[in-house]
Design a protein around this ligand. Structure first.
Ligand code: 5GP
Ligand code: ZN
Length: 137
């Protein structure tokens, strides 16, 4: 078992565990964006969000809710982000799905550098139609 998060879940290597339920475990990220940056990790190994079975999602989101609330309370936050990197191109480095929760502070200068696009003509309708067609009932 090479997966670092599976080893943490199996308690083979240490981590600061914040919360656990049947589906998920929440730990402190060892290299935080800000102190308190947490990871919510499914107890079963799934490489990314698309591989997580639907029945594990409520437990995952419950853990995100509990931990986000606790982080906000602990640091008296005005805001936080939760996000997930899926795939190398999106910045994923540990291929066991996880959701990051990180405190945010005024002027902390953390931002995606975005070059926003504009839909022209019928493009927006076409893009929506393409995605709708891909959604399986
Ligand atoms: P990703 O880059 O896949 O979105 O996020 C992986 C995260 O896991 C990183 O933020 C990294 O700091 C964290 N991480 C990697 N190895 C360990 C570890 O052994 N323990 C803990 N607590 N966090 C880890
Ligand atoms: Zn794993």
């Amino acid at each position: 078992m090479a997966c670092i998060f599976c080893k943490i879940i199996a308690k083979e290597i240490p981590a600061e565990i914040l919360f656990e339920n049947d589906s998920a475990i929440a730990i402190l990220d060892v290299n935080p964006i800000h102190y308190g940056h947490a990871l919510v990790i499914p107890k079963n190994h799934h490489k990314d969000f698309l591989e997580v079975p639907e029945n594990e999602l409520p437990g995952m989101m419950h853990a995100v809710h509990v931990v986000a609330r606790a982080i906000v309370k602990s640091f008296d936050l005005r805001g936080f982000n939760f996000f997930s990197n899926n795939g190398t191109v999106a910045g994923q480095s540990v291929f066991h799905f996880h959701i990051h929760i990180t405190p945010r502070y005024p002027d902390d200068n953390i931002r995606f550098v975005l070059q926003l696009k504009r839909y022209e003509g019928e493009e927006m309708k076409d893009v929506a139609a393409k995605i709708r067609a891909s959604i399986q009932e």
